[in-house]
Design a protein around this ligand. Structure first.
Ligand code: F0G
Length: 458
């Protein structure tokens, strides 16, 4: 039986949630066109759509909110955030941004020119889209093990160094304005990248004079995995591991809505002074003055405190054990998921639960709908609804390798009982899986269709 550590906090403020009766759920599903993005949050009992901006802030963060300095320029809040950012990440320059994709947009606007390439292990979809929006091409060079859900490799987020070298040789370093790596690798199952791999990535980029940027959305979870799994790190603090990680890079983008445990916020850090000048000008145009970057002073203060709470080791140990517990309970019920457990989410193998539903009838979506029908739980499909597209030459549909359902766990928000409820609900679905049917589109836009598509059961 997997262990569930006691939460290292107790509850002072509560937010009621209501379990919509089963007979009402059917109408709500129909009204939403069987798309969980179209549902009202009040109709969801356990919301595992994302771990982004959905965490619970602490008493210290709420106290910091009251200290927010709303001065337009040079606010005290900015200087408190600056002290935390410099202490944890160690880059020379930084700006706040309203969230991760805003930081990605500013960085891409300053560095990416049409026809250039940006390699990474796997880009998250907003990073991918921001590079494309500037005429660039995102390239994913994760190790092959990442595509085998059962493979228990401890650092499945690692970049394939041989592929990276070959890619740079073929493309030419002059066509690569910067290189990236995402820690942990969200698009590949929330899997960590090892320090050894990060060092090798940095060395390859730097030997070609390519600036190295880290997508640091879940860096703290990645650092804790390094502490647990990589030899030589067991006695180092997460903060020391983080300092070592970021000392390898020339900058980072970060969605603070994850490991800084705030509801809104982001960071863009760098060491290059000329880039910093350009970033500030771009920021003023799109986000706001460089000492607030599109956020309120109170948001900067909440982030300054949250950055430290995100690297607290009692919290991280509980956090990663909670995810591992849910994975183990779901696997016990006979439902396979990406192995080993990642940091922030469970990625269920929907095709294995519903082998009779072909990819053209969206098994991941069918499982997502069933999870709401059975337990009023919301997850997100990462399969053919999100990623199947017609081949531009032949018009034939190209389907993704995996049909997944992601259950992302908000930070410090749900208890063990909630996790048990999710696992028990999935076990009930598994018992009647053979009778579950697929779906077809009644409406689907051309791009990013998962957000607004409507479906009908087959
Ligand atoms: N990078 C990674 C690795 C992410 O997972 C996300 C967001 C972003 C960047 C963009 O940050 O949302 O603050 O603009 N991931 C969320 C998710 C949306 O549900 O996985 P943002």
């Amino acid at each position: 039986m997997p262990t569930y550590p006691p939460e290292p906090f107790r509850i002072k403020v509560i937010e009621p949630i209501r379990l919509v009766p089963p007979e009402e759920r059917e109408a709500k599903l129909k009204e939403a066109g069987y798309n969980l993005f179209s549902m009202k949050a009040e109709d969801i009992f356990i919301d595992l759509l994302t771990d982004s901006g959905t965490g619970a802030m602490s008493q210290e963060q709420w106290a910091a909110v009251m200290r927010g300095d709303e001065s337009y320029a040079g606010a005290r809040s900015f200087y408190r955030l600056k002290a935390a950012v410099e202490d944890i990440f160690g880059f020379k320059y930084f700006v706040p941004a309203h969230q991760g994709r805003a930081a990605e947009n500013i960085l891409s606007a300053c560095l990416v020119k049409p026809g250039q390439y940006v390699p990474s292990n796997m880009h998250f979809d907003t990073t991918d889209a921001n590079i494309r929006a500037r005429g660039g091409r995102p390239i994913n060079l994760v190790i092959d093990e990442a595509f085998d859900p059962a493979n228990p490799h401890p650092f499945k987020g690692n970049m394939d160094i041989a592929k990276l070298k070959a890619f740079i040789e073929k493309t030419g370093a002059e066509k690569i304005p910067f290189g990236m790596v995402t820690v942990t690798n969200n698009a590949g199952g929330g899997q960590p990248v090892s320090m050894e791999n990060l060092k090798a990535i940095a060395e390859v980029y730097h030997s070609h004079k390519i600036p190295f940027f880290i997508d640091a959305a879940r860096y703290a979870e990645n650092c804790y995995f390094i502490k647990q799994r990589e030899s030589g790190y067991a006695s180092k603090s997460v903060k020391e591991i983080a300092r070592e990680m970021f000392s390898l890079a020339d900058g980072m983008t970060m969605s603070a809505k994850k490991d800084a445990i705030v509801n809104i916020g982001g960071l863009l850090c760098m060491n290059d002074e000329t880039l910093f000048q350009n970033v500030k000008n771009e920021l003023i145009l799109r986000e706001g003055f460089p000492t607030y970057g599109g956020l309120a002073g109170r948001d900067l203060d909440a982030m300054a405190v949250g950055l430290y709470e995100g690297i607290d080791e009692a919290y991280l140990s509980y956090r990663l054990a909670q995810t591992a517990y849910l994975v183990a309970r779901i696997n016990e019920a006979g439902i396979p998921s990406i192995q080993p457990a990642g940091g922030h989410a469970v990625y269920l193998d929907a095709q294995a639960v519903l082998p009779h539903i072909p990819q053209s009838e969206f098994p991941g979506q069918a499982l997502a709908v069933e999870l709401y029908r059975e337990g009023a739980i919301r997850g997100v499909e990462i399969g053919s609804v999100m990623f199947a597209y017609p081949d531009p030459d032949t018009g034939k549909m190209i389907y993704p390798k995996l049909e997944l359902l992601r259950l992302a766990i908000p930070r410090r928000t749900y208890t063990q009982t909630h996790m048990d409820y999710v696992a028990d609900t999935l076990a009930k679905i598994k018992a009647r899986a053979a009778s579950i049917r697929g779906y077809k589109f009644t409406y689907a836009p051309e791009l990013l269709r998962h957000f607004t598509a409507r479906f009908e059961p087959l």
